[in-house]
Design a protein around this ligand. Sequence first.
Ligand SMILES: Cc1ncc(COP(=O)(O)O)c(C=O)c1O
Length: 280
Amino acid sequence: MAHLRVLLDGQPAHAVPASDRGMQFGDGLFETIRLVQGRAPLWDRHMARLREGANRLGLPLPSDDALAADCHTLAAGHHGIVAKIILTRGDGGSGYRPPQRPVTRRIVIARPLPPVDVSPLTLGVCETRLGHHALLAGLKHLGRLEQVLAQRELAARGLGEGLMLDQDDAVIEATMSNLFVYRDHAFVTPPLDRCGVQGVMRAAIIDMLKAQGSDVRLARVELHDCLVADGLFLCNAVRGVQPVGELNGRHWSQVAAPIKALQTQVMQLLGIMDHQPGAT
Ligand SMILES: Cc1ncc(COP(=O)(O)O)c(C=O)c1O
């Protein structure tokens, strides 16, 4: 796949109008979906999060069928793609005030699958904090400046990913993934009711762990809890489970067996082992 390929309201396109409210105000939502051999195992969860976001923002949703058709058009002829769906409130309104009857604009972008990389991550801790916003918490809305600032910091330190805390010193997630802490045979992941993105991979992992009888809880996590953990991992819908090998001088020489088992299970679910690194 030489470059990004884009469908705008179902038609090939290279540009979005400058008047678009997504571009002007971040007025919209997005999803990043792993599609391999025409299958997106987390599809229903992605659609459920879009519905929740559309409800909260008052954004009319295109049909699941239209979104699926766009993704399949872009995936045709490729082993797999990452499909990014962006839904904006289209044009119009008066400044911030949205039009009374918005016409949602649907943009679907295909990019190649990332190379397979199962090696443990080295994480930093970002200075940039996540602000509390109960109305927006959990959504994958287009306003992602906190993550952009955090990634600027990480780039300056030569790191790929880092933990993000909120204003109350709670660890919430990483810049593009959710966090699980494993300690004393229990998995803990931070609640996301004040900030953070309700990851579909996180939700699927919680269900998987519950189904196999593992102890999994939502609880406040502080940096100290991460540093004394038996293991940590990050997760998202594109890369699955990513164990952490190093955080702020703490090294985990081995990935804890239950994290490794979960990583394998998730790779199978997402079809991560089925292709060559970087293959499209
Ligand atoms: C800030 C943030 N948190 C969490 C996630 C994980 O979400 P998902 O599992 O839906 O990919 C992402 C994914 O891009 C993200 O950007």
